[in-house]
Design a protein around this ligand. Sequence first.
Ligand code: TA6
Length: 313
Amino acid sequence: MIFTVTLNPAVDKILFLDEFQRSRTNRLNRTLETIGGKGTHVSINLKLQGVQSTALGVALGETGKKIVKILEGWNIQAQFLQYDLPGMESRTNYEIVENTGYICTMLTERGPILPVSITDALVKQIRGLVKAGDMLVLTGDASNVEDAAIYSKLTLLAKELGVKVFLDASGHYLKEGLSSSPFLIKPNFEEFCFIAGRDFKTEAEIVAAMQRLDGFNIPMIAMTWGGNGAIIKYNLDFYRVHPIKIETINEGGCGDAFLSAIIAGIEKNSSIEKTLKVAAAVAAAAAESESTAGFDPARAAQLEELAVVVKIQ
Ligand code: TA6
């Protein structure tokens, strides 16, 4: 079974306008409300690839109930811990999508800080659910959890039980997670520069920096690079995933889509080349969608034929 964990789920409010003007009144063309957070998206995208998962996380107040309702609307098995505590509501994130140049700017709330009793309850739930052979997806913001080691603690717990762990986090939550050697990390370019402590100009520099992470024993490093595609390290091999030329509507959620396709490929025992082609296609189809959640599976199948994956080393 696959379990996704969203410590800080959200409702996404997507705001469409022509061009964002600071210190001006910006008239919106339209808005769209959908589910936010990353684990929730991975579960939805897995579902669209015919792969079932159980979505775990913490839902707070009415917004929390709305998030769980949307997941159930997608027929996803959601086992969120729900709490109604005074003044505590799951967060709302805002995404500004400018038609001019298709610029997407995410504004994310921090959300209420979770008391230790709640994170302990979630850790206990995960310990009780996962078993050898399962996959655990730890993804998204955890700044609502005071313990910066939450992801590495969950990773070590799961690995002890024979579970494969996929980690997609940022900042010190990602850096802190490296030492627990998850099966996969999926930094985007900025997050990879952060953990490497430097900027990169070339593919060769990125590959060399990935090799320098060997000491962490992370079998798979999937660095997504926005409109530049991705660079993948899988054991000793490196792959270049070239971007598929499409008209981007909203790039928010493409990383979650890419990650979900890698997990689906492993679940289906697909070859690495096939898995990465599907990942490129699913991420491209997600970019064509105006929402941050989901993609058109039929369109992804078409785009897979255009996908180019090259083994570079
Ligand atoms: O990747 C897209 C997205 O999941 C949005 O839906 C938005 O909610 C945001 O990213 C959440 O990311 P965060 O890192 O804050 O958990």
